[in-house]
Design a protein around this ligand. Structure first.
Ligand code: PEP
Ligand code: MG
Length: 901
């Protein structure tokens, strides 16, 4: 038998795992195929895992009596078996396929591959998760010389038959044989041009007959073989091709980007063709039962007369509004509205449907829950509750929590289709447009002139802070979701695309290039921090508006959740924003960010360069009032809510300038020799700074730093109390791995706090807790809990240290490959790695609470704003999650969903 050329389809990792399993287990008898239509429905809507979304819903529609052409679904297990068997049809499938074709033949009184009434079928993919357009389809299968003649005789419509045949040859050549589709399409285009036709429907029967002859020649030239006449061969090879399309590069990439994991493969739906291209009363259409952009309860539907489904997707002609259908076929129009109501009531959600009208009769080919914007999702959820189709709880579960991001930041106008220059890690959401600058200095110069700028760097550092504050967003070639640029961006509410490896920056010559395309300093780019896309020029934006629907959903979510939500916030402005978005406290104030400010960083540098304890104390004394003021501002903004303040964490070298020019400037500003700065830079240099002198290790070596911070916290809290503010400070020690570290730092802080309270004759309780971010701390959490009044899991570091993967380097680099290959199903820095890091969290919680019952436990790593990680925190019985202010609505909804599930 003719074998199509196989595309490179490595066995997917899920199949390899399944292969390992199955080699040990006896094969259970399997039902390979599920029939639907003609009063039969083997499956139902709940069987998406096995039948794919399309197959499950076809069965469901058939079961509720909707007009569905008869057909059958080959299960996703068969796709898995196909890959496991080395891209071979699983045993027994061919026989069962033949029997199932007989079911369709009998239902319709037609014969597959023969006249007088020939049966044609469509072969369509459909996985459990919708992957629109990613996998393959073959329509009009079963056509050959014999059936072409029979259908012409039966319908008397030569044009229709050759129109179907030209489509089939093209699709089969492309999908099954991987011949270049353009070679086929070119022939039709050339024909239209030669005849002066504007539309495909202008072509006559003779034109199309001649075209088919040409296409058969193109097929032969492209494949070296004649077009297959045997319909069973056509069918088997098309089914194989659809299986293989599960692993085509775009499907793999789609699954990676959309975190579609753990599926067995695609199901294959074989269904009798109905023809939207048969005559003037035939059409094809797609629609949403409500407006997917706004959520309005209006039927959002397009039809295309004398066409097949592929034409709508390809945009071959402009589809018509439903009114055109009403004018042409009023009965079908009315029936379609009835179907819309029935489907919505039955599926209890907005549906995306596909249908065909053949000679005035309506057929349903697909329905599924429609994709929608966040705005539409909220409106639809509320409307469905008001219409009594859903309870509040069910409605909450239907909203994609992550999509709420769209509501909080300006977004690029989805109606504008911009060409994507490069793609990086979506590190801080929002849509930024500005002129490219390569240095903080240039950012300042241009910003002063009123220009909007985007800072483009290999990666950012403390020295860039001022320029960063003046930029609309940051684009970095290196670093990930927790890089300096990313963290600062989220803190400042700026947009950030990090780890964009495709851009090659040439700073000296002030340009960057992407595959040879040059972008110079001053050129305008647009960056999308929600998708990681970088586009040339200005892409128009739309501003967010938080409406009543948003408030309603948040209110319902707050009623349903048990986890509290806090914010990672370092400034009063951030804290106010956090409160606005529903924060119930601050879970992490990273105090180092307060030192990076212009006017403070040099004092910090003086402290680092000091040669004695006294020198350090003198420098710290200058910083102390500023710290006090910072903390007072936070307590005021969070009046009545807890504020967790973490003592200094990053390695000190991050505060020192690295380039010679800045070193000279700084030396002059603080009155030291430039050589002293250089000596400090080399003294503090470490090969693995993230495992080096940072966190509580700084506190141990330079106790005066933590002493100063503890004093500032106590003094600010007392000042707040005197102002009538209910300050609830919590002091947190970072990077603890051994209980002794915590004991020493705790004693130091307790003493410092006590001194302030004694001096002021006023007392306020300041619980002292620790971050759990070193695996050893989780493993010995019972010991650690003896010294800690609360735990906060720092899952950025905990992930980095548990996986042994540098958080700053890996995300834009090899980790992408790991995720693509399914070693980690999703980016572990975005979603907690349940099996590893999650296990440590569970252990940490159990040991900690066993030693100290009721121990308060939260999370403050970036995962605190990720719905799946929030679900884990709920399962583990944590008290709160903490995330950046802009992720709070996501956290509130995700926490509610976790509680409801
Ligand atoms: C963490 O490690 O999860 C954390 C919150 O600390 P940082 O990101 O500041 O290291
Ligand atoms: Mg950390």
């Amino acid at each position: 038998m003719l074998r199509p050329r196989s595309s490179e389809c490595p066995m997917p990792s899920s199949s390899r795992r399944a292969a390992a399993r199955s080699s040990r287990q006896p094969a259970a008898p399997q039902k390979r195929i599920y029939l639907f239509g003609d009063g039969k429905a083997d499956g139902n809507a709940k069987m998406k895992d096995l039948l794919g979304g399309k197959g499950a819903n076809l069965a469901e529609m058939a079961a509720i009596g909707l007009p569905v052409p008869p057909g059958f679904t080959i299960t996703t297990e068969m796709c898995d078996a196909f890959f496991r068997g080395g891209n071979k049809m699983p045993a027994g499938l061919e026989d069962e396929t033949r029997k199932s074709i007989a079911f369709i033949e009998k239902s319709l009184g037609r014969t597959f591959g023969k006249g007088p009434k020939a049966l044609l079928v469509s072969i369509r993919s459909g996985a459990a998760a919708s992957m629109p357009g990613m996998m393959d389809t073959v329509l009009n299968l079963g056509l050959n010389e014999q059936t072409v003649a029979a259908l012409i005789k039966e319908t008397g419509n030569t044009r229709f038959v050759y129109d179907s045949y030209r489509r089939f040859i093209t699709m089969y050549g492309d999908v099954v044989m991987h011949a270049d589709r353009k070679r086929f399409e070119h022939e039709f285009e050339a024909l239209k041009k030669a005849r002066g036709y504007k539309q495909d429907t202008d072509a006559t029967a003779e034109d199309l007959q001649g075209l088919c002859e040409k296409l058969l020649r193109v097929y032969r030239a492209a494949t070296g073989e004649d077009f297959p006449q045997d319909p069973w061969q056509q069918l088997e090879t098309a089914i194989e091709a659809v299986f293989r399309s599960w692993n085509n590069p775009r499907a793999i990439e789609y699954r990676r980007l959309n975190r579609v994991v753990g599926l067995r493969g695609t199901a294959v739906n074989v269904q009798a063709m109905v023809f939207g291209n048969l005559d003037d009363n035939s059409a094809t259409g797609v629609g949403f039962t409500r407006d997917p952009s706004t959520g309005e309860n209006t039927f959002f539907c397009d039809v295309l007369f004398k066409a097949q489904g592929e034409d709508v997707v390809a945009g071959i002609r402009t589809p018509l509004h439903l009114d055109a259908l009403k004018a042409a076929l009023p009965k079908v129009h009315a029936e379609l509205f009835k179907v819309r109501d029935l489907l919505e009531r039955h599926q209890r959600d907005m549906q995306d449907i596909e249908f065909t009208i053949q000679s005035g009769k309506l057929y349903l080919l697909q329905c599924r829950n429609g994709k929608r914007t966040a705005k539409a999702a909220l409106k639809i959820a509320i409307d469905l509750v008001n219409e009594k189709l859903l309870t509040r709880e069910e409605a909450l579960l239907k909203i994609d929590a992550s999509s709420l991001n769209q509501l909080l930041h300006p977004t690029f106008d989805p109606r504008h289709k911009a060409a994507v220059l490069a793609e990086g890690v979506p590190a801080s959401p929002g849509a930024a447009v500005g002129r490219v600058v390569f240095s903080s200095k240039e950012a300042e110069e241009r910003a002063v002139q009123g220009e909007k700028v985007i800072l483009v760097r290999h990666e950012t550092s403390a020295d860039d802070i001022r320029g960063m504050a003046l930029s609309e967003g940051f684009l970095t070639a290196r670093g990930g979701r927790t890089s300096h640029a990313a963290v600062v961006a989220r803190q400042m509410g700026k947009v950030c695309v990090s780890g964009c490896g495709a851009i090659e920056i040439d700073e000296p010559h002030q340009f960057f290039s992407v595959r040879g395309q040059i972008v110079r300093s001053g050129d305008i780019i647009s960056i999308d921090g929600g998708t990681g896309k970088v586009m040339l020029g200005e892409v128009p934006r739309v501003q967010p508006r938080l409406d009543e629907d948003f408030a309603t959903i948040m209110h319902w979510a707050d009623d349903a959740r048990t986890l509290k939500v806090r914010a990672n916030a370092d400034t009063p402005a951030d804290a106010r924003k956090a409160r606005e978005f529903g924060a119930q406290g601050i879970g992490l104030c990273r105090t180092e960010h307060m030192f990076f400010d212009e006017g403070r960083i040099n004092k910090m540098r003086e402290m680092i360069l000091a040669k004695s304890v006294d020198g350090r104390r003198r420098a710290l004394a200058k910083l102390e009032p500023m710290q006090r003021e910072d903390f007072f501002g936070l307590f005021k903004a969070m009046d009545g809510l807890p504020v967790t303040i973490r003592l200094l964490d990053p390695p000190l070298h991050e505060f020192l300038p690295l380039d010679a020019r800045t070193q000279e400037r700084v030396a002059e500003e603080i009155g030291v020799q430039v050589e002293e700065i250089q000596a400090a830079v080399s003294r503090l240099h470490e090969s693995n700074p993230m495992l080096g002198l940072r966190g509580c290790r700084l506190g141990l070596l330079f106790p005066e730093v933590y002493e100063m911070q503890a004093r500032a916290i106590a003094a600010a809290a007392l000042e707040a109390v005197r102002h009538g503010i209910k300050a609830l400070p919590e002091l947190m020690i970072p990077l603890v791995g051994h209980v002794e570290e915590l004991r020493l730092m705790r004693d130091l802080c307790v003493a410092a706090i006590k001194r302030v309270q004694d001096e002021q004759g006023l007392c306020i309780e300041i619980p002292i807790g620790t971050m759990i971010e070193v695996p050893r701390a989780a493993l010995t959490a019972d010991k650690v809990a003896e010294q800690a009044e609360f735990f906060s899991f720092g899952t950025n570091d905990l992930t980095q240290m548990t996986l042994g993967v540098s958080r700053d380097d890996a995300e834009g680099g090899f980790l992408v490959e790991y995720v693509t290959r399914g070693i980690y199903p999703v980016d572990p820095f975005a979603t907690i790695d349940r099996d590893g890091v999650g296990k440590l969290m569970k252990m940490g919680k159990e040991l900690g609470r066993a030693a100290r019952p009721g121990l308060k436990i939260g999370i403050c790593g970036e995962h605190g704003g990720d719905p799946e990680s929030i679900a884990l925190c709920h399962e583990l019985g944590f008290d709160y999650v903490s995330c950046s202010p802009y992720r709070l609505p996501i956290a509130r909804l995700a926490a509610a969903q976790a509680a409801l599930k």
